[in-house]
Design a binder for this molecule. Structure first.
Ligand code: HEC
Length: 121
């Protein structure tokens, strides 16, 4: 009887620990991704220093990614996603230029938003 209780407790422990691990690995919340509150802050951190409203002419090769209408075109032609995923380096430069790739979770959020039709919400 005591053995059964021990076994039960051990199983509970394993379950709890593995569920914690699962949360950490898969803890990227893409459920409520919005342009204003999710996407813009990511771009602000990694891209606006070159592609922002007042920097794109001098640093960002004339590509304005802070203006939604302009950003939309880079999404539509596929260059935006390829640039952040570093998936086609022969044809599309890896971004942020000279920097490290943005976090996987941020890329997942951006992909979710794009798959949703990239609304200006
Ligand atoms: C240090 C400045 C700098 C930063 C930061 C930067 N870019 Fe760029 N980006 C450039 C320059 C310069 C070009 C044009 C020259 C080139 O392709 O290397 C460019 C080109 C691009 C292009 C066109 C690529 C192509 O090959 O057609 C895209 C899309 C782009 N950037 C997106 C981004 C995104 C998204 C971020 C943020 C994750 C970002 N950039 C961060 C400077 C920057």
């Amino acid at each position: 009887m005591r053995k059964n209780i021990l076994l039960f407790i051990t199983c509970c422990f394993i379950l709890i620990i593995s569920s914690c691990k699962y949360e950490k690995i898969d803890g990227c919340d893409t459920a409520s991704v919005k342009y204003g509150s999710t996407i813009k802050p990511i771009l602000q951190n990694s891209c606006y220093s070159c592609h922002g409203q007042s920097q794109f002419l001098s640093n960002g090769a004339g590509y304005n990614l802070e203006a939604y209408d302009s950003l939309k075109q880079f999404i539509a032609d596929g260059r935006f996603l390829k640039s952040i995923k570093w998936s086609d380096p022969d044809n599309v430069s890896t971004m942020p230029k000279g920097g490290t790739k943005i976090a996987d979770c941020d890329i997942s959020k951006i992909e979710k938003w794009i798959n949703d039709g990239y609304p200006e919400n």
